[in-house]
Design a protein around this ligand. Structure first.
Ligand SMILES: Cc1cc2nc3c(=O)[nH]c(=O)nc-3n(C[C@H](O)[C@H](O)[C@H](O)COP(=O)(O)O)c2cc1C
Length: 421
Protein backbone atom coordinates (compact mmCIF):
# COMPACT_ATOMS: atom_id res chain seq x y z
CA UNK A 1 0.00 0.00 0.00
CA UNK A 2 1.50 3.37 -1.00
CA UNK A 3 1.39 6.54 1.09
CA UNK A 4 -1.62 7.97 -0.69
CA UNK A 5 -3.58 4.76 -0.23
CA UNK A 6 -2.62 4.75 3.41
CA UNK A 7 -3.82 8.31 3.70
CA UNK A 8 -7.09 7.54 1.94
CA UNK A 9 -7.67 4.53 4.16
CA UNK A 10 -6.83 6.52 7.24
CA UNK A 11 -9.19 9.30 6.22
CA UNK A 12 -11.98 6.82 5.69
CA UNK A 13 -11.37 5.28 9.10
CA UNK A 14 -11.47 8.77 10.63
CA UNK A 15 -14.75 9.45 8.89
CA UNK A 16 -16.16 6.20 10.16
CA UNK A 17 -14.95 6.62 13.70
CA UNK A 18 -16.37 10.15 13.85
CA UNK A 19 -19.70 8.83 12.73
CA UNK A 20 -19.77 10.74 9.46
CA UNK A 21 -20.61 7.55 7.62
CA UNK A 22 -23.76 7.16 9.66
CA UNK A 23 -25.40 10.01 7.86
CA UNK A 24 -23.24 10.22 4.82
CA UNK A 25 -24.64 10.82 1.42
CA UNK A 26 -23.57 11.20 -2.10
CA UNK A 27 -21.82 14.12 -3.65
CA UNK A 28 -21.83 14.16 -7.33
CA UNK A 29 -22.14 16.42 -10.27
CA UNK A 30 -23.67 15.13 -13.43
CA UNK A 31 -22.64 18.02 -15.61
CA UNK A 32 -19.25 18.38 -14.02
CA UNK A 33 -16.02 16.85 -15.24
CA UNK A 34 -14.46 14.06 -13.20
CA UNK A 35 -12.06 16.52 -11.66
CA UNK A 36 -14.91 18.80 -10.69
CA UNK A 37 -16.84 15.87 -9.34
CA UNK A 38 -13.86 14.82 -7.28
CA UNK A 39 -13.48 18.32 -5.94
CA UNK A 40 -17.13 18.19 -5.02
CA UNK A 41 -16.66 15.06 -2.95
CA UNK A 42 -17.34 15.94 0.64
CA UNK A 43 -14.84 16.04 3.43
CA UNK A 44 -11.21 15.37 3.92
CA UNK A 45 -10.82 12.81 1.20
CA UNK A 46 -11.63 15.15 -1.65
CA UNK A 47 -8.18 16.66 -1.87
CA UNK A 48 -6.66 13.22 -2.13
CA UNK A 49 -9.12 12.06 -4.77
CA UNK A 50 -8.82 15.22 -6.84
CA UNK A 51 -5.09 15.00 -7.32
CA UNK A 52 -4.50 11.26 -7.52
CA UNK A 53 -4.49 9.26 -10.70
CA UNK A 54 -7.29 6.71 -10.50
CA UNK A 55 -6.22 3.45 -8.97
CA UNK A 56 -6.57 0.46 -11.26
CA UNK A 57 -8.30 -2.67 -10.04
CA UNK A 58 -7.51 -6.07 -11.49
CA UNK A 59 -9.78 -8.95 -12.33
CA UNK A 60 -12.92 -7.15 -13.44
CA UNK A 61 -15.45 -8.89 -15.63
CA UNK A 62 -15.87 -6.43 -18.49
CA UNK A 63 -19.38 -5.73 -19.69
CA UNK A 64 -21.02 -8.02 -17.10
CA UNK A 65 -24.10 -9.80 -18.44
CA UNK A 66 -25.33 -11.46 -15.27
CA UNK A 67 -25.77 -10.23 -11.72
CA UNK A 68 -23.22 -12.61 -10.34
CA UNK A 69 -20.56 -10.87 -12.45
CA UNK A 70 -21.84 -7.45 -11.39
CA UNK A 71 -21.35 -8.49 -7.78
CA UNK A 72 -17.89 -9.82 -8.47
CA UNK A 73 -17.01 -6.38 -9.88
CA UNK A 74 -18.60 -4.59 -6.93
CA UNK A 75 -16.63 -6.77 -4.54
CA UNK A 76 -13.43 -5.78 -6.30
CA UNK A 77 -13.99 -2.02 -6.18
CA UNK A 78 -15.22 -1.71 -2.60
CA UNK A 79 -12.97 -1.47 0.46
CA UNK A 80 -15.87 -1.73 2.84
CA UNK A 81 -17.98 -4.59 1.59
CA UNK A 82 -17.05 -8.16 0.81
CA UNK A 83 -20.31 -8.61 -1.15
CA UNK A 84 -20.77 -11.85 0.76
CA UNK A 85 -22.29 -14.85 -0.87
CA UNK A 86 -21.76 -13.45 -4.30
CA UNK A 87 -22.97 -16.69 -5.79
CA UNK A 88 -26.40 -15.73 -4.51
CA UNK A 89 -27.87 -12.28 -4.59
CA UNK A 90 -25.17 -10.55 -2.59
CA UNK A 91 -27.04 -11.71 0.43
CA UNK A 92 -25.08 -10.16 3.25
CA UNK A 93 -26.63 -11.04 6.59
CA UNK A 94 -24.31 -8.85 8.63
CA UNK A 95 -22.39 -11.86 9.87
CA UNK A 96 -19.81 -12.09 7.13
CA UNK A 97 -16.10 -11.61 7.07
CA UNK A 98 -15.91 -7.94 6.08
CA UNK A 99 -14.81 -6.92 9.56
CA UNK A 100 -16.66 -3.61 9.44
CA UNK A 101 -17.63 -2.47 12.90
CA UNK A 102 -19.50 0.55 11.62
CA UNK A 103 -22.89 -0.67 10.42
CA UNK A 104 -21.84 -0.03 6.90
CA UNK A 105 -21.97 -2.10 3.86
CA UNK A 106 -22.00 -5.40 5.70
CA UNK A 107 -23.44 -4.12 8.93
CA UNK A 108 -22.50 -5.83 12.14
CA UNK A 109 -24.98 -4.18 14.37
CA UNK A 110 -28.13 -5.85 15.57
CA UNK A 111 -30.54 -3.45 13.82
CA UNK A 112 -29.18 -4.43 10.41
CA UNK A 113 -29.10 -8.14 11.23
CA UNK A 114 -32.65 -7.98 12.60
CA UNK A 115 -33.91 -6.48 9.35
CA UNK A 116 -32.54 -9.44 7.43
CA UNK A 117 -33.68 -12.03 9.96
CA UNK A 118 -37.19 -10.62 10.10
CA UNK A 119 -37.71 -11.41 6.42
CA UNK A 120 -36.17 -14.83 6.84
CA UNK A 121 -38.57 -15.65 9.68
CA UNK A 122 -41.59 -14.96 7.49
CA UNK A 123 -42.92 -17.76 5.29
CA UNK A 124 -45.11 -17.37 2.25
CA UNK A 125 -48.15 -19.58 1.80
CA UNK A 126 -47.65 -21.66 -1.34
CA UNK A 127 -50.96 -21.86 -3.20
CA UNK A 128 -51.28 -22.59 -6.87
CA UNK A 129 -54.79 -23.86 -7.48
CA UNK A 130 -56.05 -20.69 -9.17
CA UNK A 131 -56.02 -18.90 -12.52
CA UNK A 132 -53.47 -16.14 -11.82
CA UNK A 133 -50.61 -16.41 -14.28
CA UNK A 134 -49.91 -12.77 -15.10
CA UNK A 135 -50.19 -10.78 -11.90
CA UNK A 136 -50.16 -6.99 -11.98
CA UNK A 137 -47.15 -5.24 -10.45
CA UNK A 138 -47.76 -1.61 -11.46
CA UNK A 139 -48.55 1.02 -8.87
CA UNK A 140 -48.93 4.77 -8.78
CA UNK A 141 -46.92 6.39 -6.02
CA UNK A 142 -47.70 10.03 -5.26
CA UNK A 143 -48.62 10.62 -8.89
CA UNK A 144 -45.73 8.64 -10.42
CA UNK A 145 -46.43 5.38 -12.26
CA UNK A 146 -44.02 2.57 -11.37
CA UNK A 147 -43.66 -0.78 -13.14
CA UNK A 148 -43.02 -2.45 -9.77
CA UNK A 149 -43.49 -1.27 -6.18
CA UNK A 150 -39.72 -0.91 -5.83
CA UNK A 151 -37.49 2.17 -5.50
CA UNK A 152 -33.76 2.28 -4.96
CA UNK A 153 -32.57 3.00 -1.46
CA UNK A 154 -31.15 6.44 -0.70
CA UNK A 155 -27.43 5.77 -0.62
CA UNK A 156 -24.31 7.77 -1.26
CA UNK A 157 -20.80 8.36 -0.01
CA UNK A 158 -18.65 6.60 -2.53
CA UNK A 159 -15.50 7.47 -0.64
CA UNK A 160 -16.28 7.23 3.04
CA UNK A 161 -19.01 4.57 2.82
CA UNK A 162 -17.88 2.35 0.01
CA UNK A 163 -14.18 2.96 -0.37
CA UNK A 164 -14.69 3.02 -4.12
CA UNK A 165 -13.89 6.57 -5.15
CA UNK A 166 -11.11 7.34 -7.58
CA UNK A 167 -10.61 3.76 -8.62
CA UNK A 168 -11.06 2.51 -12.13
CA UNK A 169 -14.45 0.88 -12.52
CA UNK A 170 -15.27 -2.29 -14.45
CA UNK A 171 -15.62 -0.29 -17.68
CA UNK A 172 -12.17 1.28 -17.39
CA UNK A 173 -13.51 4.70 -16.38
CA UNK A 174 -12.86 6.40 -13.07
CA UNK A 175 -15.52 5.66 -10.49
CA UNK A 176 -16.99 8.93 -9.28
CA UNK A 177 -20.03 9.95 -7.28
CA UNK A 178 -21.46 11.12 -10.59
CA UNK A 179 -21.02 7.75 -12.21
CA UNK A 180 -22.40 5.94 -9.18
CA UNK A 181 -25.46 8.19 -9.09
CA UNK A 182 -26.13 7.78 -12.79
CA UNK A 183 -26.16 4.02 -12.30
CA UNK A 184 -28.79 4.34 -9.58
CA UNK A 185 -30.98 7.00 -11.18
CA UNK A 186 -30.81 6.02 -14.84
CA UNK A 187 -30.95 2.30 -14.04
CA UNK A 188 -34.11 2.84 -12.00
CA UNK A 189 -35.71 5.12 -14.59
CA UNK A 190 -35.01 2.64 -17.39
CA UNK A 191 -36.69 -0.02 -15.27
CA UNK A 192 -39.83 2.07 -14.95
CA UNK A 193 -39.06 2.74 -11.29
CA UNK A 194 -37.49 5.55 -9.28
CA UNK A 195 -33.97 6.19 -8.03
CA UNK A 196 -32.96 8.58 -5.26
CA UNK A 197 -30.28 11.26 -5.15
CA UNK A 198 -28.91 11.45 -1.62
CA UNK A 199 -27.80 14.48 0.41
CA UNK A 200 -24.74 14.57 2.67
CA UNK A 201 -24.49 16.47 5.93
CA UNK A 202 -21.22 18.08 4.94
CA UNK A 203 -22.25 18.98 1.40
CA UNK A 204 -22.17 22.69 0.63
CA UNK A 205 -25.06 24.15 -1.33
CA UNK A 206 -23.00 24.32 -4.51
CA UNK A 207 -22.42 20.59 -4.38
CA UNK A 208 -26.08 20.01 -3.79
CA UNK A 209 -26.95 22.15 -6.82
CA UNK A 210 -24.65 20.19 -9.07
CA UNK A 211 -26.12 16.97 -7.76
CA UNK A 212 -29.59 18.17 -8.59
CA UNK A 213 -28.47 18.51 -12.20
CA UNK A 214 -28.66 14.72 -12.31
CA UNK A 215 -32.22 14.73 -11.06
CA UNK A 216 -33.12 17.36 -13.63
CA UNK A 217 -31.82 15.13 -16.43
CA UNK A 218 -34.44 12.56 -15.49
CA UNK A 219 -37.15 15.12 -14.76
CA UNK A 220 -40.09 13.49 -13.07
CA UNK A 221 -38.30 10.13 -12.92
CA UNK A 222 -35.79 10.82 -10.16
CA UNK A 223 -36.31 11.86 -6.57
CA UNK A 224 -34.20 13.65 -4.02
CA UNK A 225 -33.52 13.56 -0.31
CA UNK A 226 -32.50 16.39 2.01
CA UNK A 227 -30.87 15.91 5.41
CA UNK A 228 -32.77 17.17 8.48
CA UNK A 229 -30.89 20.48 8.35
CA UNK A 230 -32.13 23.75 9.83
CA UNK A 231 -35.47 24.83 8.41
CA UNK A 232 -33.85 27.65 6.43
CA UNK A 233 -31.35 25.28 4.84
CA UNK A 234 -34.06 22.75 4.03
CA UNK A 235 -36.18 25.40 2.30
CA UNK A 236 -33.20 26.58 0.30
CA UNK A 237 -32.52 23.06 -0.96
CA UNK A 238 -36.17 22.32 -1.44
CA UNK A 239 -36.47 25.24 -3.86
CA UNK A 240 -33.83 23.56 -5.99
CA UNK A 241 -35.39 20.10 -5.70
CA UNK A 242 -38.67 21.54 -6.93
CA UNK A 243 -37.00 23.43 -9.77
CA UNK A 244 -35.40 20.27 -11.15
CA UNK A 245 -38.73 18.50 -11.34
CA UNK A 246 -38.51 15.90 -8.60
CA UNK A 247 -42.07 14.63 -8.10
CA UNK A 248 -41.53 14.29 -4.34
CA UNK A 249 -38.73 14.49 -1.80
CA UNK A 250 -37.69 12.85 1.45
CA UNK A 251 -36.03 13.98 4.63
CA UNK A 252 -34.34 11.23 6.62
CA UNK A 253 -35.43 12.50 10.00
CA UNK A 254 -33.50 9.64 11.59
CA UNK A 255 -30.25 11.36 10.59
CA UNK A 256 -30.71 13.70 13.56
CA UNK A 257 -28.26 11.70 15.65
CA UNK A 258 -25.41 14.11 15.04
CA UNK A 259 -27.42 17.11 16.28
CA UNK A 260 -25.39 17.39 19.46
CA UNK A 261 -22.17 17.56 17.47
CA UNK A 262 -23.49 19.85 14.76
CA UNK A 263 -21.00 22.24 13.18
CA UNK A 264 -21.77 25.40 11.23
CA UNK A 265 -23.07 24.35 7.81
CA UNK A 266 -23.38 20.77 8.96
CA UNK A 267 -26.32 21.16 11.27
CA UNK A 268 -28.91 18.44 11.59
CA UNK A 269 -31.66 18.49 14.17
CA UNK A 270 -34.70 16.47 15.26
CA UNK A 271 -37.94 17.70 13.73
CA UNK A 272 -40.96 18.12 15.97
CA UNK A 273 -44.55 18.31 14.78
CA UNK A 274 -44.37 22.09 14.33
CA UNK A 275 -41.30 21.84 12.13
CA UNK A 276 -42.75 18.97 10.10
CA UNK A 277 -45.82 21.12 9.45
CA UNK A 278 -43.65 24.06 8.39
CA UNK A 279 -41.90 21.85 5.84
CA UNK A 280 -45.20 20.50 4.52
CA UNK A 281 -46.56 24.03 4.23
CA UNK A 282 -43.49 25.28 2.42
CA UNK A 283 -43.30 22.37 -0.02
CA UNK A 284 -45.13 22.33 -3.33
CA UNK A 285 -44.46 18.61 -3.75
CA UNK A 286 -45.18 15.74 -1.34
CA UNK A 287 -42.81 15.37 1.59
CA UNK A 288 -41.83 11.86 2.68
CA UNK A 289 -40.55 11.47 6.23
CA UNK A 290 -37.96 8.69 6.26
CA UNK A 291 -36.89 6.86 9.39
CA UNK A 292 -40.22 6.39 11.15
CA UNK A 293 -40.30 3.42 13.52
CA UNK A 294 -43.28 3.96 15.84
CA UNK A 295 -47.06 4.32 15.34
CA UNK A 296 -47.01 7.54 17.39
CA UNK A 297 -44.51 9.27 15.11
CA UNK A 298 -46.23 7.91 12.00
CA UNK A 299 -49.41 9.58 13.22
CA UNK A 300 -47.55 12.83 13.83
CA UNK A 301 -46.25 12.73 10.26
CA UNK A 302 -49.77 12.12 9.00
CA UNK A 303 -51.10 14.95 11.14
CA UNK A 304 -48.36 17.22 9.79
CA UNK A 305 -49.55 16.43 6.27
CA UNK A 306 -46.63 14.32 5.03
CA UNK A 307 -47.36 12.65 1.71
CA UNK A 308 -45.85 9.39 2.88
CA UNK A 309 -43.44 7.84 5.36
CA UNK A 310 -40.62 5.36 5.02
CA UNK A 311 -40.60 2.89 7.87
CA UNK A 312 -36.85 2.60 8.21
CA UNK A 313 -34.03 2.22 10.71
CA UNK A 314 -31.60 3.59 8.12
CA UNK A 315 -30.47 0.09 7.27
CA UNK A 316 -29.14 -0.30 10.81
CA UNK A 317 -26.75 2.62 10.43
CA UNK A 318 -27.97 5.13 12.98
CA UNK A 319 -28.80 3.22 16.15
CA UNK A 320 -27.40 -0.16 17.00
CA UNK A 321 -30.41 -1.75 18.67
CA UNK A 322 -33.67 -1.00 16.96
CA UNK A 323 -36.34 -3.53 16.05
CA UNK A 324 -36.48 -4.83 12.50
CA UNK A 325 -38.54 -2.61 10.24
CA UNK A 326 -40.82 -5.54 9.40
CA UNK A 327 -41.52 -5.98 13.11
CA UNK A 328 -42.85 -2.43 13.50
CA UNK A 329 -44.53 -2.07 10.11
CA UNK A 330 -47.86 -3.81 10.98
CA UNK A 331 -48.54 -1.61 14.03
CA UNK A 332 -47.71 1.53 12.04
CA UNK A 333 -50.01 0.49 9.20
CA UNK A 334 -52.78 -0.29 11.66
CA UNK A 335 -52.44 3.02 13.52
CA UNK A 336 -52.61 5.04 10.30
CA UNK A 337 -55.41 3.08 8.68
CA UNK A 338 -57.49 2.91 11.90
CA UNK A 339 -57.50 6.70 11.92
CA UNK A 340 -58.42 6.92 8.27
CA UNK A 341 -55.07 8.08 6.88
CA UNK A 342 -54.67 6.81 3.32
CA UNK A 343 -51.09 7.92 2.65
CA UNK A 344 -48.82 5.34 0.98
CA UNK A 345 -46.52 3.61 3.44
CA UNK A 346 -43.02 2.67 2.32
CA UNK A 347 -40.53 0.43 4.09
CA UNK A 348 -36.87 -0.45 3.74
CA UNK A 349 -34.19 -2.50 5.44
CA UNK A 350 -33.21 -6.02 4.43
CA UNK A 351 -35.35 -6.35 1.30
CA UNK A 352 -33.26 -8.77 -0.73
CA UNK A 353 -35.54 -10.49 -3.22
CA UNK A 354 -38.96 -10.36 -4.81
CA UNK A 355 -40.38 -12.61 -2.10
CA UNK A 356 -39.33 -10.03 0.50
CA UNK A 357 -41.11 -7.34 -1.53
CA UNK A 358 -44.29 -9.41 -1.43
CA UNK A 359 -43.93 -9.95 2.33
CA UNK A 360 -43.63 -6.20 2.89
CA UNK A 361 -46.74 -5.60 0.78
CA UNK A 362 -48.61 -8.28 2.73
CA UNK A 363 -47.73 -6.39 5.91
CA UNK A 364 -49.34 -3.27 4.49
CA UNK A 365 -46.59 -1.37 2.66
CA UNK A 366 -47.34 0.06 -0.78
CA UNK A 367 -43.72 -0.04 -1.95
CA UNK A 368 -40.20 -0.83 -0.74
CA UNK A 369 -36.79 0.79 -1.03
CA UNK A 370 -33.81 -1.46 -1.74
CA UNK A 371 -30.48 -0.11 -0.49
CA UNK A 372 -27.34 -2.20 -0.55
CA UNK A 373 -28.24 -4.52 -3.46
CA UNK A 374 -28.85 -1.52 -5.75
CA UNK A 375 -25.71 0.14 -4.48
CA UNK A 376 -23.59 -2.88 -5.34
CA UNK A 377 -25.29 -3.15 -8.72
CA UNK A 378 -24.37 0.42 -9.59
CA UNK A 379 -20.76 -0.01 -8.47
CA UNK A 380 -20.28 -3.30 -10.29
CA UNK A 381 -22.39 -2.80 -13.39
CA UNK A 382 -23.44 0.84 -13.68
CA UNK A 383 -26.79 1.60 -15.33
CA UNK A 384 -26.99 -1.91 -16.74
CA UNK A 385 -26.19 -3.46 -13.38
CA UNK A 386 -29.02 -1.57 -11.71
CA UNK A 387 -31.37 -2.54 -14.53
CA UNK A 388 -30.40 -6.17 -14.00
CA UNK A 389 -31.06 -5.87 -10.28
CA UNK A 390 -34.49 -4.34 -10.87
CA UNK A 391 -35.27 -7.05 -13.44
CA UNK A 392 -34.34 -9.76 -10.98
CA UNK A 393 -36.54 -8.25 -8.25
CA UNK A 394 -39.38 -7.92 -10.75
CA UNK A 395 -39.13 -11.51 -11.99
CA UNK A 396 -38.98 -12.86 -8.46
CA UNK A 397 -41.91 -10.71 -7.38
CA UNK A 398 -44.04 -11.96 -10.27
CA UNK A 399 -43.20 -15.58 -9.63
CA UNK A 400 -43.81 -15.16 -5.87
CA UNK A 401 -47.22 -13.68 -6.68
CA UNK A 402 -48.14 -16.58 -8.95
CA UNK A 403 -46.99 -19.06 -6.31
CA UNK A 404 -49.03 -17.40 -3.56
CA UNK A 405 -52.08 -16.61 -5.68
CA UNK A 406 -51.77 -12.82 -5.57
CA UNK A 407 -53.26 -11.08 -8.61
CA UNK A 408 -52.30 -7.48 -7.94
CA UNK A 409 -49.62 -5.82 -5.80
CA UNK A 410 -52.20 -3.23 -4.78
CA UNK A 411 -54.23 -5.85 -3.00
CA UNK A 412 -52.13 -8.38 -1.14
CA UNK A 413 -53.91 -10.51 1.43
CA UNK A 414 -51.94 -10.47 4.72
CA UNK A 415 -52.77 -14.15 5.22
CA UNK A 416 -50.22 -15.18 2.55
CA UNK A 417 -47.56 -14.60 5.21
CA UNK A 418 -47.06 -17.05 8.04
CA UNK A 419 -44.57 -16.61 10.85
CA UNK A 420 -42.23 -19.55 11.23
CA UNK A 421 -42.88 -21.56 14.36
C1 LIG B 1 -23.75 3.25 2.09
C2 LIG B 1 -25.07 3.74 2.55
C3 LIG B 1 -25.34 5.11 2.54
C4 LIG B 1 -26.58 5.59 2.96
N1 LIG B 1 -26.84 6.94 2.90
C5 LIG B 1 -28.08 7.39 3.22
C6 LIG B 1 -28.44 8.77 3.07
O1 LIG B 1 -27.62 9.60 2.69
N2 LIG B 1 -29.70 9.14 3.35
C7 LIG B 1 -30.65 8.26 3.76
O2 LIG B 1 -31.81 8.63 3.98
N3 LIG B 1 -30.33 6.95 3.94
C8 LIG B 1 -29.09 6.51 3.67
N4 LIG B 1 -28.79 5.18 3.81
C9 LIG B 1 -29.84 4.26 4.30
C10 LIG B 1 -30.67 3.74 3.13
O3 LIG B 1 -31.40 4.75 2.53
C11 LIG B 1 -31.67 2.67 3.53
O4 LIG B 1 -32.45 3.14 4.59
C12 LIG B 1 -31.02 1.36 3.88
O5 LIG B 1 -29.84 1.12 3.16
C13 LIG B 1 -32.02 0.25 3.62
O6 LIG B 1 -31.51 -0.96 4.01
P1 LIG B 1 -30.87 -2.04 3.00
O7 LIG B 1 -29.55 -1.51 2.61
O8 LIG B 1 -30.77 -3.24 3.90
O9 LIG B 1 -31.80 -2.25 1.85
C14 LIG B 1 -27.56 4.68 3.42
C15 LIG B 1 -27.29 3.30 3.41
C16 LIG B 1 -26.06 2.83 2.99
C17 LIG B 1 -25.81 1.35 3.01
Amino acid sequence: MNNKENELNQNRREFLSKGVAIAAASTFAMSATSAQANTATAGVVSSVAATDAPKSVSGYIKDPQILKDVLINAKKIMDTCAACDISGAGRCNGKGSCGETVPGMGGKRKSFVRNIEAFEEMSLKLQTVHTISQPKTEIELLGVKLSSPILTGITGGLTYNMGAANKLAFDGETMTEEKYARGIIEGAANSGCLGWAADGIGDPLETFKRRMAVVSEFRGRAVAQIKPRTQKEIFERLDIVQDVGAPFFAIDVDSAGRAARALPGKTVEPKDLKKLKEIVNYAKIPFIAKGIMTPEEALMCAEAGCGSIVVSNHGGRVLSSTPATMHVLPSIVKALRDRGYKMPILVDGGVRDGGDVLKALAYGAQAVLVGRPMLRASLGGGVKGVEMQFARFHTELVSSMVLTGVADVRNVDPSIVMQEV
